[in-house]
Design a protein around this ligand. Structure first.
Ligand code: TYM
Length: 337
């Protein structure tokens, strides 16, 4: 296998506000990797967002707000490349090649497509179906070796590996790396506060089901106070969370926010009732999230500065992507590449 630089890529859709799930499952991990021994590239994937309808002015605002969220959470545009996808056309150019590598049968198996298309599949956009090939291109246009994501993206990352392997095999060259998913930490799947069997999501009809990164302290405290739980006290060991999805979720959130192991959290809070634990969790969440939402609001007052950051990031991204696209075209046999 060829040697590849240790390089991280990950993306988030600007299709609505950021949730605590996005923060704990993704952005917080992005910051950790930025501070470790990796080149890091983070993207607002606006071209993915429009696979379901986005009002144009909302899309622009959400893209800037997401950028503000990245920066407020600790992504430093001097250390990481930070940009929006549509400013780097190499993503879609490589995606076309990957549309010819990926098989219909592979995409037919994608559970995210099935979930998002729902019952009316005939009416889903072609883009929603082809989405995972663009996602593979996002990653492989940088020869990224590591991709931090939440649990729900695992299947897409397996597909990315399949596409890389088939391309390398078909064209007889170990050109694309076989990317490692990085799905780690206490909160790889943050669940709805109203239903412990459903993922916390920006598209859930109930705002009480999620904590938004723009929620103020009162809203955060109220949502945690009202979060669904069971009547039992908290256990002292992980085994005691079995069959208690809501309790497990709140403990996972606590552990991720506090940068603690679940074991250690349970050692501290085992035996407590939710009436005692929920205020502890609310205080911790407010302490960790308020500075981020305050900073996001401050950054959003200077949208021109955000646009400059994104333009600079896009330029740096293109410097990495362009030679990889050129070589891909050569391998495929495109004249003039
Ligand atoms: P998206 O925009 O739905 O979510 C962005 C990131 O947040 C994670 N996440 C969660 N983690 C834990 N608990 C939750 N409840 C939760 N909800 C969301 C997601 O796993 C993801 O890491 N297809 C991707 C975007 C994408 C991408 C890429 C990611 C496009 N190209 C290339 C990585 C690499 C998506 O829809 O994520």
């Amino acid at each position: 296998m060829a040697e590849f630089t240790k390089r991280v890529f990950s993306g988030i859709q600007p299709s609505g506000g950021l949730t605590l799930g996005n923060y704990l499952g993704a952005i917080k991990r992005f910051v950790d990797m930025q501070e470790a021994d990796f080149e890091t590239i983070y993207c607002m994937v606006d071209l993915h967002a429009i696979t379901t309808w986005q009002d144009p002015s909302d899309l622009a605002r959400n893209t800037r707000e997401l950028c503000a969220g990245f920066i407020a959470s600790g992504i430093d545009p001097e250390k990481s490349i930070l940009f929006n996808q549509s400013q780097v056309p190499e993503h879609t150019q490589l995606a076309w090649i990957f549309n010819t590598v990926a098989r219909m049968g592979w995409l037919n198996r994608m559970t995210q497509f099935k979930d998002k298309a729902g019952k009316n599949r005939e009416n889903a956009s072609v883009g929603l179906f082809a989405y995972p090939a663009l996602m593979a291109a996002d990653i492989l246009i940088y020869h990224a070796t590591h991709v931090p994501v939440g649990e729900d993206q695992k299947q897409h990352l397996e597909l990315t590996r399949d596409i890389a392997m088939k391309f390398n095999h078909d064209y007889g060259e170990e050109f694309f790396p076989i990317t490692e998913p990085v799905i780690e930490g206490a909160a790889t799947r943050v669940m709805s506060l109203r239903d412990g069997s459903k993922k916390m999501s920006k598209s859930d009809a109930s705002d009480m089901s999620r904590i938004n990164m723009t929620d103020d302290a009162d809203a955060i405290a109220q949502k945690i106070r009202k979060a669904r739980t069971d009547p039992d006290a908290l256990p002292s060991e992980v085994d005691g969370l079995e069959e208690r999805p809501e309790a497990r979720n709140l403990i996972n959130i606590y552990a991720a926010l506090a940068d603690m192991d679940v074991d250690n959290v349970l050692r501290d809070v085992g035996g407590k009732q939710f009436s005692e634990f929920k205020p502890m969790l609310a205080d911790l969440a407010v302490a960790k999230l308020s500075p981020i939402s305050t900073e996001m609001a401050r950054l959003m007052e200077a949208p021109d500065e955000i646009d400059r950051i994104l333009a600079r990031g896009a330029q740096s991204a293109r410097e990495v992507a362009a030679p990889i696209l050129k070589r891909t075209y050569e391998i495929v046999g495109m004249v003039g590449a």
